[in-house]
Design a protein. Structure first.
Length: 362
C-alpha cells in the first residue's frame, strides 16, 4: 500500500470537509467541535506514519476531563456560596488609583454597536483564541513531541480543575454584571439577581460600577460585555458572532475568579517559552498581556481576576515542574545504580567482588 499517497488523500479530504463546514455551518469556538476537528486533522495528516486510532486514544482522557469540567462548572451553584460583588472592583480601583480599569477603558474607547471600532476585531480574536489555541497547540505537540503534549495537557487540566473549584468556593461577579446592579440589589450577595437581565439599569447612578458621564446616540453609558462583538467587523462572521454570543450568554455568569482566559494565555506562553525560537518569544510575551487587556476592556474580568489566574498558573507550572524534575532524577539515579552495580559472584556461600574473585581464581 502506498502510504504517502493515502496520507495525501486523507489530508485533502479533511481540508475539503473543513472548508465546507466553515461555509455552511459557520465558525464556532465550541470546545468539543474544536477538539473534533483537531483530532480528525491529526488522523488525516499522519495516516500511514501512525496508527489511525492513536490520536483518538491519546486525546480521550482530555475529552473525558472536559466533559466533567463543563458539567461541574454548570453545577457550580450547588454549594450556594455567596457571590462576591464588591471587593473585586474595590481592589481594582485601589490598584488603578481610584478608577476601575474597565470603566476607564470603555468610557474612552468603546462605542455603540452601530459603530464598533476596528480594534475590537483584535480584542475579539484575542478573547476567542482561548477556546482554540490550547487544543491547536496540543495537536502540534502531539505530532512533534508526544511527551510535551502529555505535559502540556496535564498542566491545562490542572489549571482548569483548580479554577472550577475556585468558582464553586468563591463565585464572583464580573464588571459587566456589576454595572447593571445597584448596591441594594446585591446586598445579600445573590447569584442571579433580576438586574442581570436588565439591558439598562433603572438607577445607573447607584450601580456597583457607576455609569459613564458620556452621551452619544445609541450608546449605553455603562460597562458592557463586548469581548466578542468585534467580529461584527469581519465580513461573513455575523452568524458566527451570534453563535459565540449565545455561548457566552449561557455560561456561568459569576465564574470570574480566577480568570481562566488570563490563566490559559500565560500557560501557553510559559510552557512554550523554552522550546520557542528567539524570534517568536516576543509574541509569547505579548499574548498574555493582550489577553489581559482584552478581558478588562471587554468587561469580562477585573485586573485582580487576571492576577489570580496568573498566580494559579505559576503555582501549577512550578509545582508540576518540580514533581517532574524529581521523578526524572529518581529514574536517572536508578538507571545509573543498575548500570554501575559491581559484577559479583558467589564464593563459598558469600557474595564476592571482582577483586576477590580474581584472587580466588589465582
Amino acid at each position: 500500500m502506498n502510504w504517502p499517497w493515502l496520507r495525501i488523500g486523507s489530508a485533502t479530504t479533511w481540508v475539503v470537509a473543513f472548508v465546507v463546514w466553515l461555509l455552511t455551518a459557520g465558525f464556532t469556538t465550541e470546545r468539543f467541535t474544536v477538539v473534533f476537528w483537531v483530532i480528525t486533522a491529526l488522523v488525516a495528516f499522519t495516516l500511514g506514519s501512525r496508527p489511525w486510532w492513536q490520536a483518538p486514544l491519546d486525546w480521550m482522557p482530555i475529552i473525558v476531563f472536559f466533559l466533567a469540567y463543563d458539567w461541574t462548572r454548570g453545577h457550580a451553584a450547588v454549594l450556594g456560596r455567596p457571590v462576591m460583588w464588591l471587593w473585586p472592583p474595590k481592589i481594582d480601583a485601589w490598584l488603578a488609583g481610584g478608577t476601575v480599569p474597565s470603566v476607564w477603558l470603555q468610557e474612552r474607547f468603546a462605542a455603540s454597536n452601530a459603530h464598533v471600532p476596528w480594534w475590537e476585531t483584535i480584542v475579539a480574536t484575542t478573547y476567542l483564541s482561548h477556546f482554540i489555541a490550547p487544543f491547536v497547540i496540543g495537536g502540534v505537540l502531539w505530532v512533534r513531541h508526544r511527551d510535551r503534549f502529555v505535559r502540556f495537557m496535564t498542566r491545562l487540566a490542572l489549571v482548569s480543575a483548580i479554577g472550577v473549584v475556585a468558582y464553586m468556593i468563591v463565585p464572583a461577579a464580573p464588571p459587566w454584571a456589576a454595572a447593571r446592579c445597584t448596591h441594594a440589589e446585591v446586598a445579600d450577595n445573590p447569584r442571579a439577581p433580576a438586574c442581570l437581565s436588565d439591558p439598562v439599569p433603572e438607577q445607573p447612578d447607584r450601580t456597583v460600577l457607576p455609569a459613564f458621564e458620556r452621551h452619544e446616540p445609541g450608546y449605553r453609558p455603562m460597562v458592557q460585555r463586548i469581548s466578542a462583538r468585534g467580529w461584527a467587523k469581519v465580513p461573513g462572521m455575523e452568524r458566527t458572532r451570534g453563535f459565540i454570543q449565545t455561548g457566552i450568554d449561557g455560561s456561568n455568569l459569576v465564574a470570574a475568579v480566577p480568570s481562566l482566559h488570563g490563566a490559559g494565555a500565560l500557560l501557553v506562553a510559559w510552557f512554550l517559552w523554552p522550546f520557542a525560537r528567539r524570534r517568536w518569544r516576543p509574541l509569547l510575551v505579548a499574548y498574555p498581556i493582550a489577553m489581559a487587556a482584552s478581558l478588562v476592556y471587554g468587561g469580562d474580568h477585573y485586573v485582580v481576576d487576571i492576577a489570580l489566574g496568573w498566580a494559579l498558573v505559576a503555582f501549577v507550572m512550578l509545582t508540576v515542574g518540580r514533581f517532574e524534575h524529581r521523578r526524572t532524577a529518581r529514574a536517572a539515579a536508578s538507571t545509573a545504580d543498575t548500570a554501575d552495580a559491581p559484577d559479583t559472584v558467589v564464593l563459598a556461600g558469600r557474595t564476592a567482588s571482582p577483586a576477590a574473585r580474581h584472587l580466588a581464581s589465582g
